[in-house]
Design a protein around this ligand. Sequence first.
Ligand code: M6R
Length: 609
Amino acid sequence: MCGIFGCILKEGNAAPLIHASLKRLEYRGYDSVGIATLNDNKIQLKKDQGKIDEVHRILNLDDLPGTIGIGHTRWATHGAPLKVNAHPHSDCTSEIIAVHNGIIENFIELKSELQNLGHIFASKTDTEIIPHLIEESMKTNPSLSFAEAVQETIKRLEGSYALAVMSTREPDKIVCARNESPLVLGVNGNGVFCASDIPAFLPITNKAVMINNGELVILSPNGYEIKKIKDSTPVNREPETIEWTPEMAVKQGYPHFMIKEIHEQPQTLRNTLRMQDNYLDLITTFLDRASEVFMVACGTSYHACLAASYMFSKLAFLPTYPVYASEFVEQHGKSVNIDSTILAVSQSGETADTLAAVTCAQQRAATILGLTNVIGSTLTRVSRVYIGTQSGPEIGVAATKTFTSQLSVLAQLALRLSKKRGKISQDEMDCLEEKLLQLPDTVDTIVRTQEEKVKQIAKKYKDSKVFFFLGRGISTATAFEGRLKLMEIAYIPSIAFPAGESKHGPISLVENGFPVVFICPKDDSHKTLIGNIMEMKARGAHIIAVIEEGDEQIKALADDYIEVPKGIPSVLSPIPFAVPLQLLAYYVALEKNYNPDMPRNLAKSVTVK
Ligand code: M6R
């Protein structure tokens, strides 16, 4: 998730406006920043790694001439957060320059095709292929206008993008396009703007034009022209008036970052499914060779590891040990050795306990693999191989979208390992791969259809003094995560157990009206889980069940139920089943008048041991 901005002004310099607008997009990422303007038929460029203020202090980003320009604030996905990878990126002739937010899935093939044609690349980014493809298109077909060359290029891109491109050949234009990554135009008496998000231009105009997937836009001093990428059909769209305050705009109209981030999950899951094969394959190879695998993490990331231990065991027959990072040194510090592999999972990549576990293992020559949302974080620097979870910055203290992204990447690793080891049938593999691809839509359905119901359940149980969360098998991890969410933002003491364990002690707490949340995928544990529900009901518990659509057996037993779409394989179930629990915690917190984005005593990144 990066921020892009572009503008064509009638009066005044573009650079200071681009700089100020990028500052308002900094919540989308801040690994590096760059601005390019067009003046006297030449591209003027300033860019560097670091936050906008740091780079501005050294380079003075406002000091670029010209009334037209583009800018970018980066959240690294392909290539480390270094100057060389900072946007804008240009072609071989320095006549075409582009900024991009998104992931080009087929960039490796396109890059090698361009390299064979003699193109020279400076960066490791996927974006850099875009100006080179445009250059190539204009070279092979000189009669194309700049916009037509961009259009031809875009037709070859697979993946997600919001991009803005300029060229010295037509120095009064910016061409933009969108597929999946957000893009919006702004207009006022002094010019036209394109941006990743409305807050970028809200202080200068509240007249916005939303751009849809598959649309190309030509910005010029005369205004904007929108057309369909596939067949150039013109699109007429008038600006609408945005009533949001700047604060509401950063949250895209949502009252809190947490609910915004819950709603972003269909998109963030789509991003994780675009992961580059080579990184996944490399980690899979290390896991395959390992004689023991410890998965170390804290909090929500630990729950992702717990779920993954079931995935690796069931799909790839690989036993793994999920360990709380804060316990790792005491528990395994002496035995870990050169044959051990550590898969460290951390949203921030900066959690002190996780890094301490990694340091201990590294000193004993173990292999370190990392899974993190922040490329450039300490975890990426100390890992032999790492993967980014591509969720974009998560601002709410409670981890939501990063949890489901971690699970999606871990599931892909387990599937690859399974394939490599030949552990499951082709039919089963095909079915799991298909279901994995459907997960973004599944999560979208859950959020769309169940949010109102969850709100009612939150109202009903908001005064409960304590909650139970129970599940069997892999759903134990989902139960743990549901409990953590409710405890950390709604401050309700909660208990989670594997459902089978509850009768070995915790059940003694249950009395009339005691709320018990059961996680009930339709998997091998379903029958036994019904027995566990009966045990609780017999003692007066109120059953809140998260079930698969049409699960009439559990519906009949539950006091309240939340439904997720049918047919989710057990190993993938924590992804969709966690979503109603995130919503439950959020709405209980609201009922109790707590700010879910800033729970007391907590920090987004815990950098002390
Ligand atoms: O950045 P990390 O994933 O390493 O953070 C780990 C925990 O601190 C984090 O998951 C924490 O438990 C969250 N508040 C959970 O919502």
